[in-house]
Design a protein around this ligand. Structure first.
Ligand SMILES: O=c1ccn([C@H]2C[C@H](O)[C@@H](CO)O2)c(=O)[nH]1
Ligand SMILES: [Zn+2]
Length: 131
């Protein structure tokens, strides 16, 4: 049930995407350990490299409100199969998730893949590894 709700919220968030260049709307919705909900969309820029993906928008909103632990995050785009996050987003997700965090990748057709950070970014760099 939580999965379906988060995917619906990500689809809502997707409507806010600012995508004058790619026209490719992406939405994200995350739940923190306190069950707070944060939404995000992709935000593009004329200087293309400044684009912020939907996942990172949602995560930065949560962190800037003092919520650092993601329990579950859903990402939705109009892709053939479930959308997959870019490398930058995988590293940012890794910073604020646990190995149990549910990462839900979906599209508008109803395809849903549930995965984990270990599957998306094996051997990721983490501050927990610093000595
Ligand atoms: O997981 C993804 C993949 C892509 N994008 C955005 C970045 C850019 O605005 C557009 C095309 O890559 O989609 C996201 O927001 N999240
Ligand atoms: Zn990304």
């Amino acid at each position: 049930m939580e999965t379906k709700r988060l995917v619906e919220k990500a689809i809502e968030a997707r409507q806010k995407a600012y995508v004058p260049y790619s026209k490719f709307q992406v939405g994200a919705a995350l739940l923190t350990e306190n069950d707070s909900l944060f939404l995000g969309c992709n935000i593009e820029n004329a200087s293309f490299g400044m684009t912020n993906c939907a996942e990172r928008t949602a995560i930065f909103k949560a962190v800037s409100e003092g919520e650092h632990t993601i329990k579950a995050i859903a990402v939705v785009g109009d892709t053939a199969g479930p959308i997959f996050p870019c490398g930058a987003c995988r590293q940012v997700i890794a910073e604020f998730c646990s190995t149990d965090t549910k990462i839900i990748l979906a599209n508008l057709k109803g395809d849903i893949k549930e995965t984990t950070i270990s599957e998306l970014l094996p051997g990721f760099f983490s501050s927990k590894d610093l000595v």
